[in-house]
Design a binder for this molecule. Structure first.
Ligand SMILES: [Zn+2]
Ligand SMILES: [Zn+2]
Length: 132
C-alpha cells in the first residue's frame, strides 16, 4: 500500500496517509481565500483510519472563526494544517504533502466566489525557479 508523508514548514508536525486519494478539493469561498491568503483552500479528504500524526500531534493552535469554520495552524511556523473536527474525515491541506499525489483537482467549490485574479494573463511568464 502507498504511504504518503506530509509536514509543516518548520517540521514540528508530520503525518502519514495510507492508500491513494482520488483528487484534490478546492474551495474558492471568501472565508477560504482569507484564511489561506491565496486563491482558496486546497484539501485532500482522507478517512480518519487512513491518517495518523507521526510528530507534534498537539503542536497546533485552532482558530474558531465561526461555529462552522475553524482553521488549525502550527504553533511555531503558522502553516495551515490538517483539520480534524469531522468525525469521519481529516481535511488535509494539500500544500503540506511532502511527496507527489499522483492526482490533480477533482472538485472546485464556491466557483461563483472565485477571485477574478485567479487566472493567467495571456502573457503570463513561467519560471522553473525564481524569476531571474
Ligand atoms: Zn511548523
Ligand atoms: Zn471555503
Amino acid at each position: 500500500m502507498t504511504v504518503r508523508t506530509g509536514s509543516c514548514l518548520c517540521g514540528a508536525r508530520a503525518y502519514e496517509i495510507d492508500g491513494d486519494i482520488d483528487g484534490v478539493w478546492v474551495c474558492h469561498c471568501s472565508l477560504c481565500r482569507k484564511a489561506s491568503g491565496s486563491n482558496g483552500n486546497w484539501i485532500l479528504i482522507v478517512p480518519r483510519d487512513r491518517f495518523r500524526w507521526m510528530k507534534g500531534e498537539h503542536h497546533a493552535v485552532t482558530f474558531a472563526l465561526r461555529p462552522t469554520y475553524t482553521i488549525t495552524r502550527c504553533k511555531t511556523c503558522g502553516t495551515p494544517l490538517p483539520a480534524e473536527l469531522d468525525a469521519r474525515n481529516v481535511y488535509v491541506t494539500a500544500g503540506t504533502l511532502d511527496v507527489p499525489l499522483g492526482k490533480g483537482v477533482r472538485t472546485h467549490l464556491f466557483c461563483a466566489s472565485r477571485a477574478d485574479w485567479d487566472s493567467d494573463e495571456p502573457d503570463a511568464r513561467f519560471f522553473d525557479e525564481r524569476a531571474g
